[in-house]
Design a protein around this ligand. Structure first.
Ligand SMILES: Cc1cc2nc3c(=O)[nH]c(=O)nc-3n(C[C@H](O)[C@H](O)[C@H](O)COP(=O)(O)O)c2cc1C
Length: 360
């Protein structure tokens, strides 16, 4: 370990808060709990809600650098690129495998009047899906360090004129047999990345199996830039455990935030050593679910906004008693009226005729 201040491993017997601001390049994050980007789930509507609940950093879903270069008017990309002040600080995540695409896309994004407000440009070297790795992008770059370095350098050179940091999100490696995550992390730092986020699974694990946090600790020990650990952090205790076990500067929460944006407030309280917060009650869950659907409907039109919110409704209802019938209805809702009725019925199912609550 170096003596860089970010490498100070918190001791388990001290009561120093684990919730800390983080410096990324020349910029500051208000805290160290990030919403991990998830395509199809973490759109601007959800990102703003997570930010309100205390997420210190959010990130767009992955956007193709080549698409930005070759899609006139960004007809296909804009929906995924659009960011709003309510989500700040928000990074824009690009994927691709051609350094020239990154050179073009980073400059184009940072020249744009809205997108230039991005906190950072994040490069996706993490995505495992065949459609992405088949083009040499995403986690496929973990098998080609020279190309990964050229991609990062190209993005860093393009972003430097705008003083915007470039961050990199990657996995443990392609597979357990070939993974050398500290070497990859050093390459990313030497290529100019200002912050690293490690999803502690290999590509061949996809999203299954347990994340190996020991890899996060090895990455943290290998570099001086801030490191965010990711994988299986889903509540206050797991956020505390991951940061204590690894010495990472921050934690990124993905699936644990789906239908549960409150996880950021809960995790922040745990990192500060405060008493656990009460879980959100059914009214808060119903109101937040409805807000998501309404805002998506306002952005995309009612039919599409409602259809694209079915999944999030299921996430908000998940794990509650009497949810089975509600879930069946949620899977086929078509209009805001139906969503309102569904959530009102769901909420009232928690109260008996005397107004007593069955479940919160
Ligand atoms: C449905 C889904 C979509 C995802 N999309 C992205 C993405 O666009 N960009 C990215 O960097 N990671 C993406 N990820 C990975 C997550 O950001 C995160 O690294 C992973 O889910 C592990 O964290 P968790 O255990 O907290 O969920 C996605 C994950 C899921 C489940």
């Amino acid at each position: 370990m170096t003596d860089h201040p970010y490498n100070e491993m918190p001791r388990s017997d001290d009561n120093q808060s684990l919730f800390r601001p983080v410096a990324v390049g020349g910029r500051g994050l208000p805290g160290n709990l990030a919403l991990a980007p998830m395509a199809g789930a973490t759109d601007g509507v959800f990102r703003a809600i997570c930010r309100e609940q205390g997420a210190s950093l959010t990130c767009t879903e992955l956007v193709s650098a080549r698409g930005i270069r070759h899609d006139p008017g960004w007809a296909r990309s804009w929906r995924y690129l659009a960011i709003t002040p309510a989500e700040q600080p928000v990074a824009i995540q690009l994927f691709g495998a051609d350094p020239d695409d990154f050179d073009y896309a980073v400059r184009a994004v940072l020249e744009h009047p809205v997108l230039s407000s991005a906190f950072a440009i994040d490069i996706n070297m993490v995505c495992p899906v065949p459609k992405v790795v088949g083009t040499g992008a995403g986690s496929a770059l973990m098998r080609d360090l020279p190309l990964a370095a050229r991609v990062i350098r190209s993005a860093v050179a393009a972003a430097s004129g705008y003083e915007v940091p470039v961050t990199v999100k990657f996995r443990t490696g392609w597979d357990a047999a070939t993974a050398d995550t500290p070497a990859f992390a050093r390459m990313a730092e030497q290529s100019g990345a200002a912050m690293l986020m490690v999803h502690a699974r290999t590509r061949d694990m996809m999203y299954a199996g347990q994340a190996d946090w020991s890899v996060i600790a090895r990455v943290k020990a290998a570099v001086s830039v801030p490191v965010f650990g990711n994988g299986d952090v889903r509540d206050g205790p797991s956020a505390v455990a991951m940061l204590r076990e690894t010495g990472a500067d921050g934690a990124a929460i993905g699936r644990g935030a789906l239908g549960n944006p409150w996880v950021f407030a809960h995790a922040a309280a745990a990192l500060r050593g405060e008493a656990p917060l009460p879980p959100p009650d059914v009214a808060a869950r119903a109101q937040t679910a409805l807000r998501e659907v309404r805002e998506r409907a306002a952005n995309l039109g009612e039919a599409r906004g409602v259809r694209e919110s079915r999944k999030s409704l299921l996430w908000y209802l998940h794990g509650t008693p009497r949810a089975a019938e509600t879930r069946r209805r949620a899977a086929v809702v078509e209009s805001l009226k139906e969503v309102e009725r569904l959530l009102a019925d769901w909420e009232s199912s928690f109260f008996d005729k005397n107004g007593a609550v069955h479940f919160t």
